[in-house]
Design a protein around this ligand. Structure first.
Ligand code: SF4
Ligand code: SF4
Length: 90
């Protein structure tokens, strides 16, 4: 079968929802496969940490974190405004 090579450029975004720990990640790409929005992309170097291609399109479902076999290899950070907690004024 004939293979086709291509390159892609990461899209800049003001949000960075996904963070990888390169020391814990084994590059199995399970997180890439589970993402329904195709935000993550396999590294062209086999066994290396995937790339966060379209961070602005992430809808914070957490599937990529849940499927990862190595705890701490991938973490999800919600936008600051979604981390706010409203407390009742006494
Ligand atoms: S599922 Fe976990 S170990 Fe596998 S590539 Fe993603 S972050 Fe790395
Ligand atoms: S949190 Fe959900 S949408 Fe965002 S990268 Fe992970 S799997 Fe994809």
């Amino acid at each position: 079968m004939k293979t086709k090579e291509f390159t892609v450029n990461q899209i800049p975004s003001s949000t960075m929802p996904i963070h990888y720990n390169e020391e814990l990640c084994v590059g199995c790409n399970r997180c890439v496969d589970v993402c329904q929005c195709d935000i993550l992309f396999p590294n062209e170097e086999k066994g290396k940490t995937p790339l966060v291609m379209y961070p602005g399109e992430c809808y914070y479902c957490g599937a990529c974190v849940m499927v990862c076999p190595n705890k701490g290899a991938i973490t999800l950070q919600h936008p600051l405004m979604n981390q706010a907690k409203f407390v009742e004024i006494k």
